[in-house]
Write a protein that binds this ligand. Structure first.
Ligand code: HEM
Length: 472
């Protein structure tokens, strides 16, 4: 007979038990950055899907709902149109007149906007459907559209920063050795996939910056990978040249292939990391975190206060502003958790989720403040690409801060040497679990460790040099 009192006993708080298992706590600052990678990926997924409701990944010239082609005009005087205020210098799509060569300005824009013409051909500029859907529809017509876009773009910056800190910490702790080699390899993959997402995403607005990014990024394999490089470049572009096919490939990669790959690799990364915790050798655990957090909080506050005054021009995307903005809530979460819960035991599985939640809450405050106070914009690089024109204006590509190391390398050596170096560095990092086995511990073991540190310091040096070279 079945004992009904036993068979119906509910397991105690199953949801809490589940999360306790999923988010075991370690006792280090670095652990929060691992959690932040998950958090920011969630933010990117949510904001990305919201953007997809309106984004049209089409390089074809945009047209109004009745099929009239749209041309590009520049606002010359402040005005209000369809309930939106336009400032001088802003770009706006307007209908073409019946001849197709001039604009049919709506009354509120007459006298306060001028039609833009290509400097080489003198023909009016046809913005693409992709550009209009983002720059006009999402930014000006969709409620909270500008905020969602700003959150997506700033979220990408903070995701890359969190992942670089997390991966740098893994390297510092020699995480390529057993039992953490899986964490290391999946971390390396995560880095590649996130940088690939940031690159493909930057192409989507189909403006000068996106067009230039598509050229530079797809030229690297062509110039640097022997035998198959040309084929890889053409597969990325959808042809020999960057054109209409490139945008659809980038959109497919950015919104489907890369997110799916990222989800799979994240699952592997977290489960391998948990295995390390269970076996008593977790990575992401630094000693004396309370003192470190207190010192870092003071340092971040100081940097955030001083930076706007000492920088030649205030740029919120500068790493000197972004990094303290990210570190401040993380260190504050560590201090709060410590004060609230006392000393945590390394490997203790209780309260991990709650401690991460405190951090996520504080970090979302920083992200929202950034997204509202510094709405994301691409400046001159945000001018649309018109594939119907004979010439495309050359753009001075100013890479994001996390690509400045690569940019500086390309400045100093030819693309093939730079690519050979990158391929060698990635192979070296990927093969570390095999090359640095416990059997090789000793002199060789130390040398490998110093080679890894050397690589990271070289990247830091190249990034700083690139930062100074591009005017900060
Ligand atoms: C690791 C994850 C991701 C990263 C690092 C990332 C990064 C970026 C970046 C840097 C941009 C360009 C922003 C700009 O300058 O305007 C962008 C745009 C975009 N992303 Fe993502 N993204 C990610 C995930 C996603 C996902 C999962 C989706 C949708 C399913 C998505 C949809 C979009 C769309 C529609 C755009 C064009 C809108 C825009 O440019 O603001 N993204 N992304």
């Amino acid at each position: 007979m079945i004992d009904s009192s036993q068979s119906h006993t509910p397991s105690p708080q199953p949801i809490r038990q589940f999360f306790r298992g999923v988010v075991p706590a370690t006792d280090g600052l670095l652990w929060y950055f691992g959690g932040l990678v998950l958090f920011f990926f969630g933010v990117m997924l949510l904001s990305g899907v919201l953007l997809l409701f309106h984004y049209q990944p089409s390089p074809a010239p945009a047209s109004a709902s009745d099929g009239t082609p749209l041309l590009l005009a520049r606002i010359t005087d402040t005005t209000t149109w369809l309930g939106v205020e336009y400032l001088p210098g802003q770009l706006v799509p307007v209908r073409a007149d019946s001849s197709g060569g001039n604009a049919d300005f709506p009354t509120p824009l007459r006298g306060v906007a001028e039609l833009l013409r290509d400097s080489a051909t003198g023909r009016p500029v046809h913005p693409s459907a992709a550009w209009v859907s983002l720059e006009h529809q999402v930014l000006r017509q969709v409620e909270f559209g500008a905020l969602v876009r700003s959150v997506h773009a700033w979220g990408a910056q903070l995701l890359v920063a969190s992942l670089l800190i997390w991966f740098g910490g893994l390297a510092w702790q020699g995480a390529w050795r057993k039992p953490n080699s899986g964490v290391w390899i999946s971390g390396l993959l995560l880095l590649a996939l996130v940088l690939g997402s940031a690159w493909t995403g930057s192409v989507l607005p189909w403006d000068r910056l996106g067009y230039a990014a598509a050229w530079v990024g797809s030229s690297l394999p062509e110039q640097g990978i022997p035998l198959v490089g040309d084929w890889v470049a053409q597969a990325m572009r959808g042809g020999k040249e960057v054109g209409g096919g490139t945008l659809s490939r980038m959109a497919a990669a950015h919104t489907a292939l890369l997110p799916i790959a990222l989800i799979l690799v994240l699952i592997l990364h977290v489960s391998w990391w948990r295995r390390g915790v269970v076996s008593g050798k977790p990575v992401g655990d630094f000693s004396k975190p309370f003192n470190a957090a207190a010192v870092l909080v003071a340092g971040c506050v100081l940097l955030l206060l001083v930076y706007p005054f000492v920088a030649a021009s205030f740029n919120p995307a500068s790493p000197f502003f972004l990094l303290p903005l990210l570190l401040l809530p993380v260190c504050s979460a560590q201090l709060l958790n410590r004060l609230a819960g006392g000393a945590a035991v390394s490997g203790d599985s209780s309260g991990g989720l709650y401690r991460q939640l405190v951090c996520w809450l504080l970090v979302s405050g920083a992200l929202l403040t950034l997204a509202i106070a510094a709405p994301w914009g691409r400046g001159e690089g945000g001018f649309p690409v018109d594939l119907t024109q004979a010439q495309l204006a050359a753009t001075q590509l100013r890479p994001e801060w996390y690509l400045l190391g690569l940019y500086q390398l390309l400045e100093w050596c030819s693309a093939s040497v730079a690519m050979a170096f990158i391929v060698a560095a990635v192979l070296f990092l990927a093969l570390l679990p095999v090359a640095d086995r416990p059997a090789s511990a000793g002199a060789g073991h130390g040398a490998i460790r110093w080679m890894v540190y050397g690589l990271f310091f070289l990247l830091l040096f190249l990034t700083l040099r690139g930062y100074m070279g591009t005017g900060g």
